[in-house]
Design a protein around this ligand. Structure first.
Ligand SMILES: [Zn+2]
Length: 286
């Protein structure tokens, strides 16, 4: 239920008033799926998962809006056509807006590992952060700790393998940058959330870049596709390929986002592929 009735003015984490959108009044509430959810703010923006698809993926987002109030209003107001299962506030509080059993509307046009109805196969988590258009602040530690705890619970309950915890930019590279290069994927991986290898160092050498047409480009595209990215398989380093390489860098080699496949980018990709669990295994061991 909305928690707007707690004491105003208190600076304690539990008592700070949540900006509950007025539009949620009268919406049916539900039981939280996770015990660490502090508030339910029901969103009307959801449907049924296609053909009863059970979620086995987590997609992380940032809200990309100037304030929490606006972000919650957008996610919980009919007609905006967007929602997420969870919202993680900067102070670490976790709000649930859509039951995990339902299909929230967070991914939009997207694809991963050959599937393109990502909303049906995933749980969407929005992380409050103003994003690239509004100064893109660092993610506070307590917010990241909350994201980790939430993801770990979902991974256990839903048998989500670590390599299927992804960013919005991974599944929609042409359209999205979130959660962005400041998102500490390495910290999540230290807690068993997400798949990560230490990025290979950036060194001088041969690169593949926009305009290159070669077998090496095709091999790289095949490797990106094997990892899960929706990428053309045409041997041409076209604009779409460059967007995918940039998305890959944003997640796995954030020190340099230039869309150029240098040795560091390609080595990091190969190391990730080599360290994927064998087919059929699930869930991080940590
Ligand atoms: Zn997003």
């Amino acid at each position: 239920m909305p928690s707007g009735s707690s004491t105003p003015g208190s600076d304690s984490k539990r008592h700070r008033v949540l900006p509950v959108p007025k539009t949620v009044a009268g919406l049916r509430t539900f039981e939280p799926d996770s015990s660490i959810v502090s508030d339910i703010i029901p969103s009307p923006n959801y449907g049924e998962r296609n053909k009863g698809r059970q979620p086995d993926m987590i997609v992380l987002h940032y809200t990309g809006m100037p304030d929490v109030e606006g972000a919650l209003a957008r996610l919980c107001t009919a007609g905006t056509e967007v929602s997420a299962h969870y919202v993680v506030l900067e102070d670490g509080r976790i709000v649930q807006c859509v039951a995990e059993s339902k299909r929230a509307w967070h991914a939009g046009v997207s694809s991963w590992a050959g599937e393109d109805d990502i909303n049906s196969c995933s749980i969407g988590i929005e992380i409050i952060n103003r994003g690239h258009d509004w100064g893109y602040p660092e993610f506070p530690l307590r917010q990241i700790a909350a994201v980790i705890a939430l993801c770990r619970g979902i991974m256990l309950r839903r048998k989500v393998p670590a390599h299927r915890v992804l960013g919005h930019s991974d599944v929609a590279p042409a359209r999205k940058k979130d959660p962005g290069e400041k998102f500490p994927w390495h910290s999540l991986a230290n807690s068993g959330v997400g798949h990560w290898v230490t990025p290979a160092p950036i060194v001088r050498g041969e690169t593949l870049m926009l305009g290159t047409i070669s077998d090496a480009v095709l091999s790289m595209q095949q490797a990106l596709a094997r990892y899960g990215y929706g990428v053309p398989l045409n041997g041409k380093y076209d604009a779409a390929t460059m967007e995918v390489v940039t998305a890959f860098q944003r997640h796995f080699r954030p020190a340099k986002l230039d869309g150029v496949a240098d040795h560091s980018t390609l080595s990091t990709l190969q190391a990730l592929l080599a360290s994927l669990p064998p087919e059929g295994t699930t869930v991080a061991s940590k």
